[in-house]
Ligand binder design. Structure first.
Ligand SMILES: Nc1ncnc2c1ncn2[C@@H]1O[C@H](COP(=O)(O)OP(=O)(O)OP(=O)(O)O)[C@@H](O)[C@H]1O
Ligand SMILES: [Mg+2]
Length: 280
């Protein structure tokens, strides 16, 4: 049974290869397995989350690109039903739409308007974001109520986090005042000294904002996308499956804590901007 309602979470870090997509698809599946109604939105033109959930890019006929570009495109035509969860896929077309977004009326609010319209249908909407700052990242930050920031256990991990938080602050002050970091997530954790140092550094800087759950480096997590499966279908007894199920429980606990808090009306995004027509 669903414990949550109406939460849009972006999984974001402009650093590449930190486990954003791995976290999005496996956390989504874990939440779905615990009874949540989950939608994954792939907002990366690489389409990795799409493929990781078993949808082949060349079969996609409706994607997040059409939803952003064309206000008349039916939302349901871009929703694919997967293994217990739904997906709005991305294809390379999204790269073109990102370039067009700059000139579109209200461009970076369009995804937010679409997703807020879908919020009532899902308990959790998870957005996988691209590894760059730009219109797509802004679109995801405008759409989200919460952020999960994966941080890989490498020497360069901490660099760029301040930059990300500065962007978050910009978005908060301009268009989405309710945006909050739900947690920093240590990923690709192994036995090295550097992983330990990153862990201590992150906790030193962000304290309780760091998830207690850590995602260990696990070869099964790396294999699963090649089969178009999440870890729960590929290797349900692996360390990776255990880690992501534990994360799902921690996410639910954190969200429930936040949901139980008194509702803050200033947390609504400023969606009063007039949605523009199609770009054409
Ligand atoms: N815990 C893990 N153990 C082993 N391999 C992992 C783990 N997490 C991610 N990987 C692998 O590391 C690579 C990068 O992961 P992923 O694609 O999730 O990162 P990303 O942040 O989404 O990358 P990008 O910035 O390109 O979108 C992938 O090959 C993935 O399979
Ligand atoms: Mg990715």
């Amino acid at each position: 049974m669903s414990a949550l309602k109406n939460t849009i979470i972006a999984v974001a870090n402009q650093k590449g290869g930190v486990g954003k997509t791995t976290t999005t698809v496996n956390l989504a599946q874990a939440l779905a397995l615990t009874g949540e109604r989950v939608l994954v939105v792939d907002l990366d033109p690489q389409g990795n989350a799409t493929q990781g959930l078993g949808v082949k890019l060349d079969t996609v006929t409706g994607s997040v690109a059409e939803l952003i570009r064309d206000r008349s495109f039916p939302t349901q035509s871009a929703i694919y039903q997967g293994q217990g969860l739904d997906l709005i896929p991305a294809t390379p077309l999204l790269a073109r739409v990102e370039r067009e977004l700059v000139g579109m009326t209200n461009g970076e609010m369009r995804l937010a308007l679409r997703l807020r319209g879908l919020e009532a249908n899902y308990s959790v909407i998870l957005i996988d974001t691209p590894p760059t700052f730009g219109p797509l990242m802004n679109s995801s930050l405008n759409s989200a109520r919460k952020l999960i920031v994966p941080v890989d256990s490498s020497f360069y991990a901490m660099m760029g986090i301040r930059e990300l938080l500065t962007e978050v602050e910009e978005i908060r002050s301009a268009t989405n005042p309710g945006l909050e970091v739900l947690g920093f997530l240590l990923t690709l954790v192994d036995q090295t000294r550097i992983a330990d140092e990153v862990c201590h550094g992150l906790i030193g800087s962000f304290g309780k904002e760091v998830f207690e759950t850590k995602i260990h480096r696990n070869v099964r997590l790396k294999e699963a996308p090649a089969f178009g499966r999440t870890i729960f279908h590929h290797a349900p007894h692996s360390q990776g499956a255990t880690d992501y199920m534990t994360l799902a429980q921690e996410v639910v606990t954190r969200l429930k804590g936040l949901l139980d808090a008194p509702h803050d009306h200033c947390c609504e995004p400023r969606l009063s901007l007039v949605e523009g027509g199609t770009h054409e």
